[in-house]
Write a protein that binds this ligand. Structure first.
Ligand code: FE2
Ligand code: FE2
Length: 306
């Protein structure tokens, strides 16, 4: 397995899942999904940042390539990242689990783990030797315990699910090395499906993290954002303010085609009125995931029901 270095002493060890059909048993994954995990190697200690879903443990261990983490930092406890914790604990009994008070409560309740844990507070730092981990509590993006971890020496921020997207990684991890176009619609869909309800909290986090300089955003799903960091941040900023683009989404259900006829007629009229972005969804056919994504993206919504 090739070591995938993001920056000096920080490697990607995450995995791709091209088998699960629906994320959280709800949201389709036509392009798969990645569960991102990272290794930070200081001169004194090594830390792993977030783990992976339980079924992917074997791949994670292979990707770690013999690394022996002293710490496992948990930015988010949802099982697509925390599922591997009990297995990792068996492989690395010396490894200390790092989280905030809410994280550690969940670690105890989910996995019965109470020993060898380290509780950190907002702004607290952990010295790995030459590299520092600084923790920022960013609750409700999108769970109560969510936090982010910053490495000031590398200007790199591990963001948890924030700035994440659906879509497995195709051969490379950092956006500079890939065509990002397939990931952008998947970011809209991920945001609207998973995080959308918590825009106020995303805004709080964005304002809180304004004080730090980040050249790399390392989320738990999808590419690491470096070259396109500003563009991706602007999408997130806009979506979390519930600012939409001009356009109209028409969602309809039709038992015998009459409501459908109305939807078609309305679209026709909208075009004549100069509207250019029109998305029509037959709710019986299009998956809810895509309908939600378009509703978040465009500023007009028309619902037709029989
Ligand atoms: Fe999550
Ligand atoms: Fe996640």
């Amino acid at each position: 397995m090739r070591i995938r270095e993001i920056v000096s002493c920080i490697d990607y060890v995450g995995v791709n899942d091209r088998t699960t059909q629906k994320f959280e048993a709800l949201w389709p994954l036509p392009q798969g999904v990645s569960y991102n995990s990272y290794i930070v190697r200081g001169s004194k200690c090594t830390a792993m940042i977030d783990a992976v879903e339980i079924s992917q443990c074997e791949h994670l261990l292979k990707n770690m390539n013999g690394a022996q983490p002293d710490y496992l930092v948990i930015n988010h406890m949802e099982p697509d990242h925390s599922g591997a914790i009990p297995v990792l604990r068996k492989y690395f009994p010396q490894m200390t689990i790092v989280g905030n008070i809410k994280t550690l409560d969940m670690v105890k309740n989910y996995y019965g783990i109470e020993d060898n844990v380290l509780k950190i507070a907002d702004g607290e730092e952990l010295d790995l030797g030459g590299l520092t981990l600084r923790f920022y509590l960013t609750p409700m993006i999108h769970w109560p315990e969510t936090m982010m971890t910053y490495v000031p020496e590398r200007k790199l921020l591990f963001t948890g699910d924030a700035f994440g997207c659906f879509g497995a990684l195709n051969g490379a991890v950092t956006d500079s090395d890939i065509d990002i176009s397939p990931y952008i619609p998947e970011m809209y869909r991920y945001y609207s499906n998973i995080v959308g309800k918590y825009g106020t909290f995303v805004q709080k986090a964005i304002n809180k993290l304004n004080c730090i300089e980040a050249n790399y955003l390392c989320p738990t799903h999808g590419p690491v954002w470096h070259e396109n960091l500003r563009y991706i941040s602007s999408i997130y900023n806009r979506l979390s303010k519930y600012e939409a683009e001009p356009g109209v989404v028409i969602v309809y259900g039709s038992m015998y085609g009459n409501t459908e006829d109305m939807a078609e007629l309305i679209a026709d009229q909208l075009v004549q009125e100069g509207v250019r972005n029109i998305r029509i969804h037959n709710a019986s056919y299009t998956d809810l995931s895509y309908i939600l994504s378009d509703i978040f993206k465009y500023n007009g919504l028309i619902i037709g029901a029989p």
